[in-house]
Design a protein around this ligand. Structure first.
Ligand SMILES: Cc1cc2nc3c(=O)[nH]c(=O)nc-3n(C[C@H](O)[C@H](O)[C@H](O)COP(=O)(O)OP(=O)(O)OC[C@H]3O[C@@H](n4cnc5c(N)ncnc54)[C@H](O)[C@@H]3O)c2cc1C
Length: 474
């Protein structure tokens, strides 16, 4: 195997012809500009990753239209020692689907069949867009337990392989909670790709693995009975009062809800389509609550002196504006458009989250904009059900050291940090899930060609060790 001048694994011209024979002439992309586009995701969310990954791209991209074609491409890649990076909607913001070492990008969006929705379980191909699954489920009286705010572009396998939580997590928790992912079927990267079927808790081996330890070709997800969700915008001038109300609703299990977001006034200017409902200087809450409870929540907010400038009654399909597209990482997206030189963090807060956040702001004055999402997670005892405020602050980007300083100070305050400025997956020495992900990689990817470099598994990542040792220590 030889590297190109840029240090990538190239795909030789005669190999391109072989690929065309597998998937068809038009499904193999080699023009530089197109390959560049198909090699990138939303990594630019992080100035750190933007800097590190900008020059990285595949040598060619392939669009597959059937599992048979996919198997053919995987066998071809194995036979020719080509790295393989899978691509869904490319909305991942950790550079998950940016190839570090060239080779092939395989676009799986052509595998977009919803096989069945039966008894609360959806069986789908990997490239189904989340919005299409949600709509198909709702048509049959079900809805997804959890979906990302990028539901329009994201694919189901991209969400499972690259995402973690979203709309619905206030009730069902993150994707890793037992039961939500029922079954995953993966293909190995071998001369004759085999199927590996993971059921229930075993699916964690391939969950959030960035396509490093198998290629998902079928998913079974458990659904929830569909509800009619009213969307409410609640605002107030007093941060403490708005925070108290958001907390009250978030922690009240008698109010079925899908979204509970709390944002500081500084976000208001950036949410252009919503601006007319967001009085200047007001903090605000997005809620999606069951229609049966909406009137009571509105009345209680008003009784507490808060404003309710917008109530959007449920409709199927959902129409604009959709508050979910101003929550989760979409809030960050809107802010980044109007706040250059800013970025974001992902912080797991304690029950004293308001105090923790105030101390963080005081330590970095004018540099932190607060945005909380309330999700259901696990108590230290392991029991599921605790409501946890997750802080997704927009943070002024000074340089990497400064960002590390913000994270270090947050940790001093007892805040957990999930660093979004790295494209690497790595566990702790006693992390059993991570160990099982590495073990699956051994079995499913003997040459270490699947998204090489992303799963930091030392010696097991043989391809990286032989060809790009610098990534083992990056
Ligand atoms: C504005 C914005 C908002 C966001 N909001 C959320 C949110 O609410 N919740 C959340 O969790 N994330 C969120 N994200 C991150 C991202 O949108 C999700 O992770 C998303 O669901 C990824 O889906 P995708 O199809 O775009 O995946 P991609 O970006 O295409 O891929 C993600 C990873 O999955 C791998 N992959 C894709 N298909 C397969 C397959 N068949 N087999 C194995 N591996 C595969 C890829 O190689 C890559 O490593 C947000 C991102 C942005 C930019």
């Amino acid at each position: 195997m030889s590297h190109s001048a840029q240090g990538f694994i190239p795909v030789a011209p005669d190999l391109i012809e072989e690929l065309q024979a597998i998937v068809g002439y038009d499904q193999v992309i080699t023009t530089e500009a197109e390959v560049e586009t198909l090699s990138k995701d939303c990594y630019w969310y992080s100035p750190v990753l933007k800097n590190r990954l900008e020059g990285r791209r595949a040598s060619a991209a392939v669009k597959v239209g059937s599992v048979t074609e996919l198997k053919g491409v995987l066998a071809f890649a194995y036979g020719n020692d080509l790295p393989v990076t899978l691509r869904g909607g490319a909305t991942g913001n950790y550079g998950q689907c940016i190839p570090l070492c060239g080779g092939l990008v395989i676009d799986i969006t052509g595998l977009d069949r919803i096989t069945s929705i039966e008894a609360g379980v959806a069986t789908v191909e990997p490239g189904v867009r989340v919005i299409n699954l949600e709509r198909a489920a709702r048509a049959q009286g079900w809805e997804m337990r959890c979906l990302p705010s990028t539901w329009v572009k994201s694919t189901v396998s991209g969400f499972i392989s690259g995402g973690s939580a979203g709309i619905g997590s206030i009730t069902w928790g993150g994707l890793r909670e037992p039961g939500t992912i029922k079954r995953l079927t993966l293909l190995t990267l071998e001369s004759a790709p085999r199927e590996i079927v993971l059921e229930e808790a075993e699916t964690l081996k391939a969950f959030h693995a960035y396509g490093t330890n198998g290629v998902i070709v079928e998913l079974q997800l458990r659904l929830a009975p569909a509800r009619r969700w009213d969307q409410l915008v609640i605002t107030g001038r007093e941060w403490a009062a708005v925070t108290a109300f958001a907390t009250r609703v978030a922690y009240d299990d008698s109010i079925p809800k899908r979204l509970a977001s709390l944002l500081e006034p500084s976000f208001g200017e950036s949410f252009r389509p919503l601006r007319k409902w967001l009085p200047e200087g007001h903090a605000f809450i997005w809620l999606e609550v069951d229609q049966g409870c909406a009137a009571a929540v509105v009345a209680e907010a008003r009784a507490k002196g808060l404003n309710v400038p917008l109530v959007i009654p449920h409709s199927d399909p959902k129409r604009q504006p959709m508050l979910m597209e101003y929550g989760w990482n979409h809030s960050t997206l809107w802010m980044l458009k109007s706040h250059p030189n800013h970025t974001y963090l992902q912080l797991g807060m304690g029950a004293n989250f308001a105090e923790q956040a105030a101390r963080l702001k005081a330590r970095f004055p004018g540099q932190i904009h607060l945005h909380f999402e309330f999700v259901r997670g696990r108590a230290p005892s392991g029991e599921f059900g605790l409501v946890i405020p997750v802080l997704i602050p927009v943070v002024k980007f000074v340089d990497e050291d400064h960002l590390r300083g913000v994270i270090a100070f947050a940790r001093e305050l007892g805040i957990a940090s999930n660093n979004p400025h790295t494209c690497y997956l790595e566990g702790t020495p006693d992390d059993r899930v991570f160990a099982s992900q590495l073990a699956l990689k051994h079995t499913a990817d003997p040459k270490g060609l699947l998204n090489p470099g992303k799963l930091k598994g030392g010696a097991i990542n043989s391809f990286i060790a032989q060809n790009f040792p610098e990534f083992l220590y990056a």
